[in-house]
Design a binder for this molecule. Structure first.
Ligand code: F6P
Length: 343
């Protein structure tokens, strides 16, 4: 069997562990694995045949990024990209494994509905793919956030400062909330449960009255500036603000300047940015990326196309791609309340 594999959307630590698992298991069963360059772009533009040998896959379990390359490629603009992908898959491959987040899996679902032999693998550092408890890259991202907070804590305490830390996460607060919980944040501001500026200042003042001369405030990049008294240039959807990269809106810097202008606090800002996406995957990401990669291969081998292995209750389930293609997984109130218990 000729199996293709692609990684689409933003890269994430753990992608190579999944690619390796698919390739090693395919080779064991006498199948060939072809690496598609740069996600959907590689199928929609020019298909270049690149067979991934087991020696190429050796030693990449702990390597970050993706050996295939990735791209944010819009198959609908200009129109016709999806149809070209359908044709390329039909001409060149017996199966395709598409590793990616919600945008990728919506395409996978569309292709599968038209008969393409596609299996998905859940990846997103934002952890917002609906229908799965695990996505490749999230654990590494929150580990980086936690480690950063540990470091910021010592300098914040020494200088009696408010440190504002902006995390990734698109329009959900998973990275901020779970990274903040692990790193002992003193306030976590996320799109799901916004605070007004007055509430934030009141919290910092109350902390100081309780004897804490410093505070670490984590804010997710997707927080609506209007909740903090600012202005948005467009409507925020699950995709972000139309045509604007979320990070360029600078919510961390905006929050810092608002705290600063209140007076009485010395404030510094840290934007963690792509440090959250780079480097080696954690052991958790390596293990689970390997597990979902292996499960995707099993689905291909069993011709269970139109499916995606997801993690639920600590185990893997193979579900229809439709289950992950619509909606967004958001931080639930109970989990946020647990974070807030430590503010
Ligand atoms: O979806 C993953 C993510 O890292 C988001 O958290 C972030 O908003 C976006 O990608 C950044 O994308 P880019 O690398 O294209 O700037």
């Amino acid at each position: 069997m000729r199996i293709g594999v692609l990684t689409a959307g933003g890269d994430a630590p753990g992608l190579n562990a999944a690619i390796r698992a698919i390739g090693q298991m395919a080779a064991r069963d006498g199948h060939q694995l072809f690496g598609i360059a740069n996600g959907w772009q590689g199928l929609a533009t020019q298909f270049v045949e690149r067979e991934l040998t087991t020696s190429e896959l050796n030693g990449i379990v702990g390597v970050g990024g993706t050996i295939l390359g990735t791209a944010r490629y819009d198959l609908d603009n200009p129109p016709g990209g999806r149809e070209r992908v359908l044709a390329t898959v039909a001409e060149n491959l017996d199966a395709l494994v598409a590793i990616g987040g919600d945008g990728t899996q919506r395409i996978s679902h569309w292709l599968a509905e038209r008969g393409a032999p596609v299996v998905g693998v859940p990846k997103t550092l934002d952890n917002d793919l609906i229908g799965t408890d695990y996505c490749i890259g999230f654990d590494t991202a929150i580990s980086l956030v936690a480690e950063s907070l540990d470091r910021l804590y010592t300098t914040a305490a020494s200088h009696h400062r408010v440190m504002v830390v902006e995390t990734m996460g698109r329009t959900t607060g998973w990275v901020a909330a779970m990274g903040g919980l692990a790193g002992g944040a003193d306030l976590i501001v996320i799109p799901e449960f916004p605070y007004t500026m007055d509430e934030i200042i009141a919290h910092l003042v109350a902390r100081r009255a309780r004897g804490y001369a410093f505070s670490i405030v984590v804010i997710a990049e997707g927080v609506n500036l209007e909740t903090l008294g600012g202005r948005e240039t467009g409507e925020i959807t699950s995709e972000g603000v139309r045509g604007v990269r979320l990070a360029t809106r600078g919510v961390g810097q905006f929050l810092s300047s608002r705290i600063d202008s209140h007076g009485g606090f010395e404030v510094r800002t840290t934007v963690l940015g792509h440090l959250q996406r780079g480097g080696s995957p954690t052991a958790h990401d390596r293990i689970w990326a390997t597990r979902v990669g292996a499960a995707a291969y099993d689905a291909v081998a069993a011709s269970r196309f139109g499916t995606i292995p997801v993690v639920r209750g600590g185990d893997i389930e193979l579900v229809d791609l439709a289950e992950v293609s619509h909606g967004q997984r958001r931080v639930p109130r109970t989990l946020y309340d647990l974070c807030a218990a430590f503010f």
